[in-house]
Design a protein around this ligand. Structure first.
Ligand code: FUL
Length: 484
């Protein structure tokens, strides 16, 4: 074809192309869209607590106690990868103030420990191993620091930002930064051993710190009670049903919302038509504590329990951050490893094959009758293509004809996020040979909505949107069988 004809045809397609719908409400940034893609990643809690058997170190722990006998970053990252995790966030500094990297701004770090004769850098080794094994890397830098003499005074904010700068400039791309809200008040504070209270909504100067993060790591999502992504408001491993990605945070006692300063319980459900796109992250540990304790070896979560958590977090549109605490050897304990491997196997066996792939998709309405928005966009395996209706069509239906009797017990739905949260209510029907029978219904779809129930055997399955705020844009309608 000659070039002139080709450009004429391209121009023709452009002119006749149906206009995409207007986004509804607030929509995610590019940075947040990338975060949504990850869905499942991990936390590594490791510090002097691992060796003193504590959850919150007081800040007076000697760096000499930090001495893993066989630290192996590849083993830790490999355990996460085998379980299907896409990244890791490391507690570079927990509340006790001990730094897992040789910070220039304190002696309270690995540099003063016997591990690798004080020449080691856990942040370096974990971030390198992540890159090598294809996982993203993120950092947790506790704002509360029970070791620092200056904590509670204005100088501490410079100290905190200096450390953050070290982490954001020396270890490659960071996908997420955790600004934790905890602050228990009392601590060692350079020997003062007293209680120090701060005003969480003003003390840390978050606006300026956020600005610094944007400059140094534009791709990093900030986690916090208020951030690019929000805390779900519990540490038990579930998001609310529904869990809206939109949210209007409220400060405690009418104060400005900030980490540690919100009515955090509201994070479980978020806010339909909320002011910000601020999706939920579910943080939960594979053990009762965040740090390794031998006495909890019998309480490691099973693969069954982790699957339940997956369905109740990722399956409700949130992201899941699963904590994997290394033991005193500096590796993931064999007990945790067994659960993680089994989880990875089950996730792969469940979601590896989409039974709706290749099914014939038809809808009651297609936007402008345009191929681009047609029903087959829901099962083409591409999250960036979507089925969409004309503006006035808020309650359309879409049928998948599977061609033969098929059994499934998991359904996955996704909205096309750049156009916002459009769907309120939906229902699923199976064809019983003579008519349609409803087997599931729910509220909210967002990034992902997983339904799991009794096995359904049918030739045809139907999605009914029963309430929407704007014409629906559905990117995925998939069917799976949960692996045992
Ligand atoms: C909390 C902390 O106090 C816990 O120790 C843990 O780090 C958890 C993820 O966040 O706020």
């Amino acid at each position: 074809m000659n070039i002139a004809l080709m450009s004429l045809l391209t121009l023709g397609t452009l002119i006749s192309a149906t206009e995409a719908p207007q986004p509804y409400g607030v929509v995610p940034s590019e940075r947040q869209l990338q975060w949504h893609d990850l869905e499942f990643y991990g936390f590594i809690h490791f510090t002097t607590n691992t060796f003193t058997d504590k959850e919150w170190g007081y800040g007076d722990e000697s760096p000499a106690v930090f001495n893993p006998t066989d630290f192996n970053a590849d083993q830790i990252v490999g355990a996460a990868r085998d379980a299907g995790l896409k990244g890791l966030v490391l507690t570079c500094k927990h509340h006790d103030g001990f730094c897992l990297w040789p910070s220039k701004f304190t002696d309270h770090s690995v540099a003063q420990s016997p591990w690798r004769d004080g020449k080691g850098d856990i942040v370096r080794e974990i971030s390198d191993a992540c890159r090598k094994q294809g996982l993203k890397f993120g950092v947790y830098l506790s704002p509360w620091d029970r070791n620092q003499p200056t904590y509670g005074r204005p100088e501490y904010i410079d100290y905190y930002r200096n450390q953050l700068r070290e982490l954001l400039t020396s270890y490659g791309p960071i996908f997420e930064i955790w600004f934790d809200g905890a602050n228990g008040g009392d601590g060692y504070y350079g020997g003062a051993k007293e209680k120090r209270t701060i005003d969480a909504s003003t003390y840390y100067g978050w606006d300026e710190t956020r600005q610094m993060v944007r400059e140094l790591q534009p791709g990093a999502n900030i986690f916090g009670d208020v951030g690019d992504v929000r805390w779900v408001g519990n540490e038990s491993g579930y998001a609310g049903d529904p869990c809206w990605a939109t949210y209007t945070p409220h400060g405690k006692d009418g104060k400005k919302p900030a980490p540690g300063q919100t009515v955090y319980q509201e994070g479980e459900h978020g806010t339909r038509n909320g002011e910000f796109w601020m999706p939920a992250e579910v943080d939960v540990s594979i053990r009762p504590g965040w740090f390794y304790h031998a006495k909890e070896d019998k309480k490691v979560r099973t693969a069954d329990n982790l699957m339940k958590i997956y369905f109740e977090s990722v399956g409700r549109g949130a992201n899941l951050i699963l904590n994997l605490p290394p033991d005193r050897s500096g590796q993931i304990n064999p007990i945790d490893l067994a659960s993680l491997r089994e989880l990875g196997r089950r996730l792969e066996a469940t979601f590896g094959t989409d039974l709706a792939h290749g099914a014939k998709a038809e809808a009651t309405n297609v936007r402008g009758n345009d191929e681009q928005y047609a029903a087959p966009r829901v099962n083409d395996g591409d999250r960036n293509s979507y089925w969409c209706t004309d503006d006035a069509q808020l309650t359309p239906e879409l049928t998948l004809d599977l061609g033969k009797k098929t059994t499934f017990n998991v359904v996955s739905l996704r909205e096309y996020l750049p156009l916002g949260l459009r769907v309120d209510d939906w229902a699923l029907d199976q064809w019983d040979g003579a008519g349609w029978k409803e087997f599931a219904k729910g509220t909210g779809i967002g990034n992902r909505r997983l339904w799991r129930g009794d096995s359904v055997t049918t030739e045809k399955v139907r999605l009914r949107i029963t309430k929407a705020a704007a014409c629906p844009a559905i990117a995925e309608f998939a069917l799976y069988t949960q692996a045992k």
